[in-house]
Design a protein around this ligand. Structure first.
Ligand code: UFG
Length: 342
């Protein structure tokens, strides 16, 4: 049997580029498609350099454009698709919900619609721990009830999961896996690909690295009066390369007919909580830098604590988070320094 082709929508972005590397290293052909609305070619070029593969097909297109999606599936024999192409800024989604509902839902429906017509729709959807909201019990397992979404962004993740699940139930040619990511951080060990936030970063680690490099004056730690050991929020920070490898396991499970159900959900996390303060301290220690930080009021919409029970992914996908947090934080810093030309 020849090599299988995996479509990575949104493949030029942070998670997509790391997943593309791991897929290629696992022996897949990859088609990267992206509308470049939230990235440039830095990471795609980095992927080519890391893999030594200069001819990775790249299609600049918008998944909301149905004819473009049809052309993509006509041009390539796609065995499985991983859908990353979506907007992801929680705050922005509150201010402009229609932007999020339109882009995130239409793009997903288009890719599903067209993949179905090929008769072999193996769809991997990038979901989020956001679907659990503020959980009643920790850690969360996949059966932990989902809560009403705190933001339109979060709601699009929940709705896309439901769309995929309903399609699997209705159409025998559709198989689906939803991966619920916890907090992906870090960069590739080569420092050739990483997170490239536009403007002021919303997420913790890019804010830390930009503060350490001098691009931002001071990191605000949002809230120190939470009911947690040190008063700051608890999260499950998962290394981006580890997270990327989970996708290879999931694709393999789909394509090798190993799924136990036609729709499966996996938590992709380490299973270990760290507080925001823990992470700041670990960053300083791992990199030998002193970070300028201060406590600031709580950020609206933050959950107090969430971390994964990742046993199901460990057992069924044969995947486990491996990279120690120090290494992850060193990679994030190496990437920031490389961006700054240092
Ligand atoms: N934080 C700070 N200062 C900052 C940025 C973040 O203290 O400058 C804190 C936040 O308050 C939070 C923690 O760091 O307690 C993590 O915040 P991030 O923004 O990095 O991540 P979130 O947990 O808020 O969000 C992530 C993803 C979202 C997803 C969400 C819920 O970025 O896409 O998890 O699963 F929806």
């Amino acid at each position: 049997m020849g090599r299988k082709t995996v479509l990575v929508s949104g493949g030029a972005g942070f998670i997509g580029s790391h997943v593309t590397v791991e897929l290629i290293e696992a022996g897949y052909d990859v088609v990267v498609a992206d509308n470049m609305s939230n990235c440039d070619l830095t990471c795609f070029n980095g992927v080519k350099e890391i893999t030594g593969k200069k001819d990775i097909p790249f299609v600049e297109m918008d998944f909301c454009d149905l004819p473009a999606v049809e052309k993509l599936f006509a041009d390539f024999d796609i065995a499985a698709a991983i859908h990353f192409a979506g907007f992801k800024a929680v705050g922005e989604s509150v201010g402009d919900p229609m932007k999020y509902y339109h882009n995130n839902l239409v793009s997903f429906m288009n890719i599903l619609t067209v993949a179905r017509r090929t008769g072999k729709c193996n769809m991997l959807f990038s979901s989020s721990a956001t679907v659990y909201g503020e959980p009643d019990q920790l850690p969360v397992i996949e059966e932990t009830p989902r809560k009403d979404a705190e933001s339109p962004y979060g709601n699009t993740k929940r709705i896309c999961e439901d769309i995929l699940h309903d399609c699997v139930k209705a159409y025998p040619e559709v198989k689906g896996i939803a991966l619920r990511y916890f907090n992906p951080i870090g960069a590739h060990p080569s420092a050739l690909i990483g997170e490239l936030p536009r403007g002021v970063p919303n997420n913790l680690v890019p804010y830390i690295t930009q503060t350490a490099i001098g691009k931002r004056e001071c990191l605000s730690i949002f809230g120190n009066d939470y009911p947690t050991p040190d008063g700051t929020c608890l999260r499950d920070f998962i290394d981006i390369v580890d997270l990327a490898k989970a996708h290879v396991c999931a694709v393999e499970r789909m394509l090798k007919g190993k799924m136990k159900k036609d729709y499966e959900i996996y938590n992709i996390g380490t299973g270990h909580p760290l507080s925001v303060m823990d992470l700041v301290t670990a960053f300083e220690k791992a990199n030998g830098v002193k970070l300028n930080w201060k406590y600031a009021p709580r950020r609206v919409g933050d959950v107090v604590a969430i971390w994964a029970d990742a046993d199901l992914a460990n057992q069924e996908l044969g995947w486990k988070a491996e990279r120690p947090i120090e290494e992850t934080l060193r990679s994030a810093w190496a990437w920031e320094k490389r961006l700054a030309g240092k």
